[in-house]
Design a protein around this ligand. Structure first.
Ligand code: C2E
Ligand code: CA
Ligand code: CA
Length: 750
């Protein structure tokens, strides 16, 4: 199918070019470029700036910047030539107009020398140094130290501005800076995140670690020879199109994924198709507009009025369609589905006895969107919608948005019903091929039965939603609704008791150790709330945390936990234990001023060791407010860990803005990574992505040695899980620490 579309697009493109060549005059870059000889633009840069631009083993230009420039060239209608070599020479060549574009960080000094395209990335540097060296919270802390850095690079520029001065040890390539540190010829290296991590892995510099938060947060753009506003406009237009199409994010994710695997991604066929089709679409729109203009002039007043009325009707019909259909799949949405179901359930009640309303969620869709971009996620939904249409005994199908679907299936007897659902899961989970991407998609089902679980469409849908939610909470692929799933009225009493326990300081907690995979020792722990109810015994946080969230009591709980964490960190520090402690935040915590204030005012110099775990979904609720709060917390050295990564929803752009210090890969991916190739790929990609964002990465839910080995091989930094250590009392955790620095004395204080 896809190759056929591709051929069709090529043929149409050929036709489009012939038509344009035959006389259309158009100011658009693509159209004019076909009439004139295409402009040749020379891309310059460093031969060894992996994974951004470099010469591969065959001496061919490769990397994210190179691929992006190729796309931009294609979009802008010019030819691209690549000249990669020495970095300083590339800068000089750009200044002398011998090359046209060099991708680089934007800095004020550079902006005085060159013009810059719109930025296409935000990137960071990190300070790397030996294991055990002091944390470097900001660049000024490098005063008086020997720091290796690439001559002429952004890091070099920044270090030259530090007062009292840094002893700069200049090197020719970014990656060499780390080697110099490993050889003891410099104390630290300052290098871009991905390049530093790549050097550590590829050059076997296992004793080097990142010691700073992300520094020099800078835009990354094409520097262009000055005095060429025409060129800048053309490149910006083409860049905007490449970004809008989702191609930029996808390309970036692909290169992060392939960076450590050592292979260069091939472009997906269907993307090429889309890009090739763009000029054609532009042409068709143009022809349409010209045709419409000509028609308008020829129309009489009456005809015009009639035509306007009909186009208004068409617009209204389209709006109406949008109001009742999902824009991605074209399927009826929830409102339309309920309307359709109502008469069906009434008139055909008998035929539909024991009918099943099935809700299907695609839990990996958000991850796919984050890593591969919205276009791929949309394609995936369309493929799944097509598969669902083929379901046997289907009586109705709807899209509930964000990768959730609802199906009404005619009644059947057991065990045929069970087999039918099993087949449905198998069909949805079959591999999906999108161009050259081969993806496995997991799904989760919630089932409600008619009429036992509701006679009205809304009640049935709600029951299926509830069953799906429980399936998610329990990590199961399928749950059939049960009345027990409904919230318990006793919850209100429980909530009052929880509040009392918090106020009375009776809420307990366990700590789960976090293992540093390279140093093979515990570097900190995560606090997990524990509550033993006076009558009901120990309750899982899975019970009382959601309750506190729903009832608005979570702020009190979070304040309590943060205070306990700060207290512990103080004690540990006084005893010479340099351990970090992570606290789980939730819901509106970061939207509220109070918690931020509490942390800022109480943490003192413990901020460096305090980590706040938040999930993507929570962060996305009020992204701007949350980003502002996080900035303030960062000023105190507090780190942000993105919890349950892979289960929430966030775009790469947002992740880059947030720049978390740590990414915690959700245990649902880690638990199955040994047996599932797609989960393994998600874990590996997440690790690279985290490093590219300047974050360290923790794998959660490690239950066996083999998974641990795999994570080490993938370059994962930290791990937690029952296979390493279960959540335990603080005293037991301290017993695990090497017997030094007063841990024994401290143990007795707990
Ligand atoms: P989480 O933050 O993802 O915490 C990890 C959960 O996974 C913990 O469950 C932990 O016991 C469990 N776990 C750790 N390793 C493994 C493993 O190898 N296999 C399996 N199957 N499970 C493992 P726990 O303590 O029941 O906590 C559940 C959730 O409750 C936490 O998930 C967190 O979202 C929430 N929670 C716990 N304490 C707090 C708290 O103080 N505040 C807030 N807001 N939420 C909390
Ligand atoms: Ca957590
Ligand atoms: Ca987690």
């Amino acid at each position: 199918m896809i190759p056929r579309i591709h051929c069709l697009a090529c043929a149409c493109l050929g036709l489009a070019l012939v038509l344009i060549g035959a006389g259309a005059t158009d100011a658009s870059p693509t159209a004019s470029s076909a009439a004139e000889p295409p402009l040749r633009l020379v891309f310059g840069g460093d031969r060894s700036y992996r994974p951004f631009h470099y010469l591969d083993v065959d001496g061919q230009p490769a990397g994210f910047d190179v691929e992006l420039f190729r796309r931009v060239a294609r979009e802008g209608g010019f030819e691209a030539e690549f000249r990669l070599g020495d970095w300083s020479a590339a800068l000089a060549a750009l200044e002398h107009g011998e090359v046209d574009a060099v991708p680089m960080f934007v800095s004020p000094a550079r902006a005085r020398r060159f013009a810059f395209s719109a930025p296409f990335l935000s990137r960071y540097h990190l300070v790397f140094g030996p294991l055990g060296a002091d944390h470097v919270p900001r660049i000024e802390a490098l005063s008086g130290r020997r720091v290796a850095v690439q001559h002429g690079g952004l890091g070099w520029e920044a270090l030259r501005g530090v007062d009292p001065p840094v002893t700069i040890v200049p090197v020719a390539e970014e990656a060499l800076a780390l080697e110099i540190v490993a050889e003891g010829k410099a104390d630290f290296a300052l290098a871009p995140t991905s390049i530093g991590y790549l050097a550590i892995r590829e050059r076997g510099l296992a004793d080097l670690v990142a010691l700073s938060p992300p520094l020099l947060d800078r835009d990354y753009a094409f520097a262009l020879a000055p005095g060429r506003p025409d060129l800048m406009q053309r490149i910006d237009l083409a860049l905007a199109e490449v970004r809008r199409s989702g191609e930029l994010d996808r390309l970036y994710a692909e290169h992060v994924e392939h960076m450590l695997a050592g292979s260069v991604p091939r472009e997906a066929d269907y993307l090429r198709t889309v890009l090739l089709a763009l000029p054609l679409l532009a042409l068709l729109v143009l022809i349409g507009l010209l045709w419409r203009g000509a028609r308008r002039r020829a129309l009489t007043e009456a005809q015009r009025a009639e035509q306007e009325a009909s186009s208004r009707q068409a617009a209204e019909a389209r709006l109406l369609h949008l109001a009742f259909h999902d824009p991605v799949t074209g399927l009826p949405n929830r409102i339309a589905f309920e309307e359709r179901l109502a008469p069906l359930l009434q008139d055909e009640a008998l035929a539909l006895a024991q009918a099943e309303l099935v809700r299907i969620d695609l839990p990996g869709l958000e991850m796919l969107q984050t890593l591969a971009g919205p276009l791929v996620a949309e394609d995936m939904q369309r493929v799944i919608a097509r598969r669902l249409r083929e379901t046997e005994a289907l009586h109705g199908l709807a899209s509930l948005g964000r990768g959730s679907f609802a199906l009404l299936l005619r009644g059947t007897s057991e065990p045929a019903g069970k087999a039918r659902l099993g087949a449905l899961i198998a069909r949805v989970q079959q591999r999906v091929e999108l161009g050259e991407l081969v993806l496995a998609q997991r799904c989760r089902l919630g089932v409600a039965r008619f009429p036992a679980h509701g006679r009205q469409p809304a009640a049935l849908l709600r029951a299926a939603d509830m069953a799906c939610l429980v399936a998610q909470e329990q990590g199961q692929p399928l749950r059939v609704y049960e009345p027990d799933m409904e919230p318990d009225p006793r919850d209100l009493t429980l909530l009052a008791e929880l509040r009392e326990a918090i106020a009375g300081g009776e809420l307990g907690f366990a700590v789960q150790p976090k293992l540093d995979l390279r140093r093979r020792r515990f570097v900190g722990a995560e606090m997990l709330a524990r509550w033993t109810h006076p009558q009901r015994g120990p309750l899982s946080p899975g019970v009382f945390v959601p309750l506190a969230e729903k009832a608005g009591a979570i702020g009190e709980m979070s304040c309590y936990m943060v205070q306990r964490a700060i207290g512990l960190l103080r004690q540990w520090r006084e005893s010479g234990l340099e351990l970090s402690l992570a606290v789980n935040l939730s819901g509106n915590d970061l939207e509220e001023e109070s918690l931020g204030e509490l942390i800022a005012s109480q943490c003192g110099d413990c901020g460096q060791r305090l980590i706040l775990e938040v999930t993507e979904t929570e962060l996305m609720r009020e992204p701007r407010t949350v980003l502002r709060r996080i900035e303030r917390l960062r000023e105190r050295g507090i780190g942000i860990a993105l919890d349950d990564f892979g289960t929430g929803y966030s775009s790469l752009t947002y992740l880059r803005q947030l720049a978390p210090e740590e990414l915690k890969i959700d245990r649902s991916f880690v638990a199955t990574m040994r047996t599932s190739a797609s989960d393994r790929s998600i874990v590996r990609t997440s690790i690279h992505l985290a490093h590219e964002l300047g974050a360290s990465v923790t794998a959660e839910g490690v239950e066996d040695e083999a998974t641990l080995d795999l994570l080490r091989e993938f370059g994962c930094d930290h791990a937690q899980g029952f296979g390493i250590a279960r959540p335990m009392p603080v005293a037991d955790f301290l017993d695990l620490q090497p017997r030094q620095g007063g841990a024994g004395r401290l143990r007795r204080m707990q």
